[in-house]
Design a protein around this ligand. Structure first.
Ligand code: GLC
Ligand code: CA
Length: 552
């Protein structure tokens, strides 16, 4: 079969080589990573304490979810001071020490940047709401008459302020107040804040919810007479947003050698050019959610491999030669993929590794979300009180008000709650999996009694060992970084297979995303570089078997 694949690498089809294209990024949700002072919350010193672990895994860069001062209504995605560290995480001195430690190991760090909204406790908002004449009134969005929109976290998107008798706008919870990006003074204040962090020497930003900066504040049609109407198209990728983003880039990121990744749901592959192309993009990469939205939902038993192929291949092909992809399976907003896309029961280890192999070797910068590298699973929490996430809680509350039965809601929450990704990191067999000596802010997943870092460190067949091998392989083979990606079909319906081609070198990546065995083809002519099974048979794939070949 290796001979039937034409060479597709062409002259001039190559992007410039850059450090962030070669990097692998590890996302930390600091609250749940490692607690050093026994208050049950992970902290900055906890990250410092685990740098050895990250370096051994082989990651180059850390993405730190928000650690800015915050009342933590949405765990830091409600910032009350962009230039201070929240008490729970430590101090700015702790941050500086972390930055130094990371850099002295030759690693890098990117911060989360929440620009669409601030906390309602931010001094800017306190000032803005103090009176209609406040000089900062216009830094937020105030109206006499709200639109009929529903907030992304449920309930109305506008909240009435009795003191000044106007409504303020919030896309997310009412404690996350949208900034008015039409106001040039506000934009200037934001740019100065960003420059302050860049001057500190951080290496990049993941920019939160960035495709919502612009809105079109008019009512949605409401034929069903809903109380509040989802208004996605009026708050997402609205005409004119590219000009705002271009200014943001020009005034800040462009002046430094940093990497930026915009979180941009609903952006599609045909829009790559304006978002991330090397010519006119506003960010180096974006996180699109298309694969997650198209290939799986709460009703599906497993991932839809056809949809996955269609979506991911479209992004690979559309970016080829003009832009760079971000590659990710999990983050702090999604349930655990081994539970949703894979099989966390009888094929837990195999499916966790096969899913890893599927996404990791495409063209782009791979991101690993904490715990993914040990195959952490969804939590079995049956009681709504075990959940902490504001989105989950609001969803429960508003739907109960609408009359949806408790049982149905719990079924959904057990499948999709963001808290599944937020249970504490499972370090060892000890109390609270070694995460904290105190009472954890959210219950642990009880499976830490067998699923933890310690258990996997010595086991060459573990999920963790497989991830280490994947990282090493990508380091050792430049083709796996810069090569072009070409979808390949084997005669098995649930196989995701592709080649990477770079000059003369060609690699074949096979991930069988199914519980059954499947026989397919004539033997591969090549050297097997990686596999998640001890023994294998040519021409036959075992459940969730994954292989990487260097083709002859
Ligand atoms: C992004 C974050 C999510 C947060 C939301 C509001 O989607 O990833 O965690 O709740 O923005 O800031
Ligand atoms: Ca702590």
């Amino acid at each position: 079969m290796s001979t039937s694949i034409p060479q597709q690498q062409e002259e001039g089809d190559e992007l410039e080589k850059t450090w962030w294209k070669e990097a692998v990024v590890y996302q930390i949700y600091p609250r749940s990573f490692f607690d050093t002072n026994g208050d049950g919350l992970g902290d900055l010193n906890g990250i410092r304490a685990k740098l050895d672990y990250l370096q051994e895994l082989g990651v180059d860069m850390i993405w730190l979810c928000p650690v800015y001062k915050s009342p933590n209504v949405d765990n830091g995605y409600d910032v009350s001071d962009y230039q201070a560290i929240m008490d729970e995480m430590g101090t700015m001195d702790d941050f500086d020490r972390l930055l130094e430690d990371i850099h002295s190991r030759g690693m890098k760090i990117m911060m989360d940047l929440v620009l669409n909204h601030t906390s309602d406790q931010h001094p800017w908002f306190l000032e803005s709401k103090s009176s209609k004449d406040s000089p900062k009134r216009d830094w937020y969005v105030w109206r006499d008459h709200p639109t009929n929109w529903e907030s992304i976290f449920g309930g109305p998107a506008w909240t009435y302020d009795p003191k000044t008798r106007q409504y303020y706008f919030h896309l997310f919870s009412k404690s996350q107040v949208d900034l008015n990006w039409e106001n040039p003074e506000l934009r200037r204040a934001i740019y100065d804040m960003i420059l302050w962090w860049l001057d500190k020497g951080i290496d990049g930003f993941r920019v939160d919810a960035i495709n919502h900066l612009k809105k079109e504040y008019t009512d949605m049609p409401n034929p069903e007479g809903l109380n509040y109407v989802p208004a996605w198209e009026k708050m997402t990728n609205v005409q004119g947003i590219q000009e705002l983003l271009a200014e943001l880039r020009r005034e800040t990121f462009d002046r430094y050698d940093v990497v930026t990744v915009g979180e941009a749901n609903s952006v599609r592959a045909h829009e790559i050019s304006e978002w991330i192309s090397e010519e006119e993009g506003k960010f180096n990469m974006i996180f699109h959610l298309e694969a997650h939205e198209e290939a799986w939902d709460e009703e599906s038993a497993g991932v839809d491999v056809d949809d996955l192929r269609i979506v991911l291949d479209r992004w690979q092909r559309s970016a080829q030669g003009i832009a760079w992809n971000s590659l990710y399976l999990e983050n702090h907003d999604r349930p655990r993929t081994v539970s949703t896309w894979g099989n966390d029961r009888e094929h837990w280890r195999e499916s966790a590794t096969a899913l890893g192999c599927m996404y990791f070797f495409m063209q782009g910068t791979p991101f690993i979300y904490q715990g993914q590298e040990i195959g952490m699973t969804n939590a079995p929490f049956d009681d709504i009180n075990m959940y902490r996430d504001i989105e989950t809680k609001n969803m429960y509350r508003y739907n109960r008000q609408k009359g949806v039965p408790h049982k149905d809601l719990m079924k959904t929450i057990k499948k999709i709650s963001r808290d599944h990704a937020r249970t504490p990191m499972q370090w060892n067999f000890g109390a609270n999996a070694g995460f904290t000596g105190g009472t954890p802010w959210i219950p642990l997943n009880p499976n830490f009694n067998w699923l933890n870092v310690k258990a996997q460190q010595q086991d060459p067949q573990s999920v963790l060992s497989f991830y280490k091998k994947m990282l090493k392989l990508r380091k050792d083979h430049e083709a796996l970084v810069y090569g072009s990606t070409h979808l390949t079909y084997l005669e098995c319906p649930y196989v995701y297979a592709y080649t990477r081609e770079y000059g003369e070198a060609r690699y074949l990546i096979i991930s069988h995303l199914d519980d059954d065995t499947c026989s397919w083809w004539n033997p591969v002519d090549g050297e097997l570089l990686l596999s998640n099974y001890d023994s294998y048979v040519d021409g036959k794939l075992q459940p969730y078997e994954a292989r990487v070949y260097l083709l002859n």
